[in-house]
Design a protein around this ligand. Sequence first.
Ligand SMILES: C[S@@+](CC[C@H](N)C(=O)[O-])C[C@H]1O[C@@H](n2cnc3c(N)ncnc32)[C@H](O)[C@@H]1O
Length: 230
Amino acid sequence: MRAGHRGTGPGAITPDGCAVELYSRLPVGAEPEIIAGAVPTGAHILELGSGVGRMTHPLLERGFTVTAVDESAEMLEHVRGARTIRGPIEDLDLGETFDVVLLASFLVHNADLEVRRGMLRACARHVAEGGCVLIQREGGGYHGDLPRERTGRGDSGEFTVRIVSSEPVAEGVHSVHAEYEFPDATWTQTFRSRPLTREQFEEALREAGLRVDRYLTEDRTWVRAVPVTG
Ligand SMILES: C[S@@+](CC[C@H](N)C(=O)[O-])C[C@H]1O[C@@H](n2cnc3c(N)ncnc32)[C@H](O)[C@@H]1O
């Protein structure tokens, strides 16, 4: 388990506290649409932290080619129709480049600065000339106004996602506790997050040789970044 991360509930739990069965139940949201709107048709996408393929499968259906990376073999077992690579994102060095590198699910908020730097460098290392890196970051109010919950409906019925608490545990680092309730099962995840202001986020990109090309959504949670050239 990664330091400060924990998960409870049925089935396998990844080192960052995610439950494999939970992610195979959660429906995908607007992510594939946002991604498809920002990249060329038929692009080859390197998806970092793919999990069970919640986004991978809709992206494949839209005609993209996907290479899915995750450190959890149990997550990758559920991915169909994509090449899969198991390992830590921060160490990834495939010796090839992709039209698009995708770092979603707030992974850029990793609390460990070396891991975060490693992830962003991995993004920069794998993006082809003329390509882009798509990043999903937390919204401004992510750590405030808690508890906060939303309900949804998946194949296994209605569910509630509740962000219960977010407590500072070290300089610049919060411990977040989330609950996921389904009619027949409950999962929890406790994880560490390093909130980033827009300036801090853009500085983190710069350190890795990337810059913001444009923010893709009004809330600035989705970002299209490109390598700094020259
Ligand atoms: C919150 S889940 C999201 C999965 C998927 N992106 C989705 O939206 O359904 C995060 C995934 O990233 C993986 N992950 C987290 N940190 C990682 C790291 N440093 N290297 C490789 N995989 C990582 C976890 O194993 C997990 O499958």
